[in-house]
Design a protein around this ligand. Structure first.
Ligand SMILES: O=C(O)C[C@H]1C=CC(=O)O1
Length: 92
């Protein structure tokens, strides 16, 4: 199942720069692992914003939920999920 996921990061004011950077390193490692596994299929920065537009390929809704809940930055993000299906004019 394919989903478009939009994430906007809201850096917390109660963490030091070092504490937040440590979370960002964990997030980067997890994001790279999910990309290597073929789960995080596309990851695009939204120009001018601390936000991304992503495509996830997962087994089911529960799988997507588990993947998103495990994001180290999840507590500091607004996340929006849109289910995708085949476009009738797509040649893929
Ligand atoms: O920077 C972001 O958009 C948030 C998040 C997504 C991947 C990653 O490494 O951090």
């Amino acid at each position: 199942m394919l989903f478009k996921v939009e994430m906007t990061v809201n850096p917390p004011s109660h963490l030091s720069e070092e504490e937040f950077n440590a979370i960002k390193i964990k997030e980067k490692n997890y994001a790279e692992e999910l990309q290597r596994e073929g789960i995080w299929v596309h990851l695009w920065r939204v120009a001018g914003l601390y936000a991304n537009v992503s495509i996830f390929e997962v087994r089911d809704n529960q799988h997507l939920h588990d993947v998103l809940m495990a994001l180290p930055l999840y507590p500091y993000m607004n996340v929006s999920v849109t289910p995708l299906c085949q476009h009738p004019s797509s040649i893929k």
